[in-house]
Design a protein around this ligand. Sequence first.
Ligand SMILES: NC(=O)NCCC[C@H](N)C(=O)O
Length: 295
Amino acid sequence: MSTSMSSSPDHFIAPVHTPDIAPVPVTFLMCSPKLYDVNYVINPWMAGHVHDSSRTVAMAQWKRLYEAVTQLADVVLVEPQPGSPDMVFTANAGLEHNGVVVLSSFFHAERQGEERHFRRWFQQAGYTVLSLPRETPFEGEGDALFAVDGSRLWAGYGPRTSKSSHHYLSEAWKIEVASLHLIDERFYHLDTCFAPLEGGSVLYYPPAFDQASIMQIEDYYAANKRIVVTEADALRFACNVINIDRTVILNEVSRELSDQLKSNGFRVIEVQLSEFLKAGGAAKCLVMRLSGATH
Ligand SMILES: NC(=O)NCCC[C@H](N)C(=O)O
């Protein structure tokens, strides 16, 4: 079922139909890099890398990530589509919770073509799909992350997602949304600089946020629960982690950070993802968390 959100938040109608989806522990949506390329520049990472990535190397790196994820969770695949080279970054397809997907409304025209492919996939899989107006950019899980206890949604805004989209997210799941302002173009999505982790800790790079946002993060997470990432590790996409129970899967990071994660009780799996960094993404961008799927 597809439901369209009206252009005015006042007229937003919450979904009335949630399909029966058999719950599975955790499922991730991934997309093969068969058609991956850096074709345009919509973030600072892509500058200087147009057509500079190797699809062969990207495929080998993606397969290692796929294998690591499938050891711990189910993976479902969406078919890559010609003309959508960034589709491999399925985190940006939308945000799903309880069988409801709020579909992304991409800021850049270069990625807007992905929307119909992801919409079709979610509809065929039985999700209720909600759409945002074109003038309300929202980039899915790239900019919206649930607190691990589900008590709130952390949502980024600034370079891509608009703050006005957060109201829709709050309405979709009747959940408190904490809005965080991203102020560094290199960290243009929330999932490039912030990761709530199992056990109630958080991995983050403070300079990516304005002061009010840092205060919100620090009000929520006690000092001993905050794992602050250095700029060098942030630039290795250290915050871009796939967290499944006590395991974190991420790009190669410093020994210090890896040891810190281990001393916080995490098993650390590092997968080299250099080809995807050229487009501005890493481990977490390459998966979308789903609470249920029909196939
Ligand atoms: N950070 C993410 O969640 N995804 C990476 C998206 C990379 C893509 N080239 C983009 O700029 O939208």
